[in-house]
Design a protein around this ligand. Sequence first.
Ligand SMILES: Nc1nc2c(ncn2[C@@H]2O[C@H](COP(=O)(O)OP(=O)(O)OP(=O)(O)O)[C@@H](O)[C@H]2O)c(=O)[nH]1
Ligand SMILES: [Zn+2]
Length: 209
Amino acid sequence: MPPFDGVVPDSPEVDIDLAAKHAEAMLTALGLPYDSEHNDRTPRRFVRALAEMTAGRLVDPGRHLEVTFPSVSDNPTMILVVNVRFVSLCEHHLLPWVGRASVAYLPATGARIVGLSKLARLVKEFAARPQVQERLGEQVVTTIERMLDTTGVACLIRGAHSCMNLRGVEAEDASMVSSHLLGRFRDDPAVRAEFIAAVGSANSLGGGG
Ligand SMILES: Nc1nc2c(ncn2[C@@H]2O[C@H](COP(=O)(O)OP(=O)(O)OP(=O)(O)O)[C@@H](O)[C@H]2O)c(=O)[nH]1
Ligand SMILES: [Zn+2]
């Protein structure tokens, strides 16, 4: 089942008919009846969208790191993917939050390496569920550490949380920055500085090749 393709997951855990019935009751209880021909499918649309945006919880994102290639260097250097865009749902309010993650790892000498897209898939699937930013970063780095032979893993995330930007405190331009560092990224200031500088310079170069 591929999530993130606009599809509602086909899973025994997901009952769209039942969810739509409850959503209609919930909206009615809020004084928002959806009972005209214009909007009577809204409860169904609402729960389908929710199911689609939480499809990542039904898969094991780590499976992407099972596809590896032989090492190409006796002196492996930092592998970094910058600005992986993701969409998530704040687990407190179930409102969307969006962000960009930059993910790096240092392969151990002789270790097999992973395709770049797999790091992006990891981020997007861990994001596609009720989530908090701290846990997203933690899940990304600990999964890479578990699945690959590395001497360090890092993930820097900048997230814009609509529950803070568009309601409540309405801090419109505020975003959250978090860094999750393991191994040499945590213990060696030079490696950490190289990571932060590489993310910064990639951003100043703009996207693309
Ligand atoms: N640390 C962290 N906090 C988050 C994240 N997403 C949402 N929050 C915060 O979760 C908190 C939930 O606080 P509550 O006081 O229970 O909720 P609330 O009454 O709606 O609070 P306000 O948002 O301040 O109106 C809010 O401060 C949100 O900004 C996240 O990824 N990480
Ligand atoms: Zn929230």
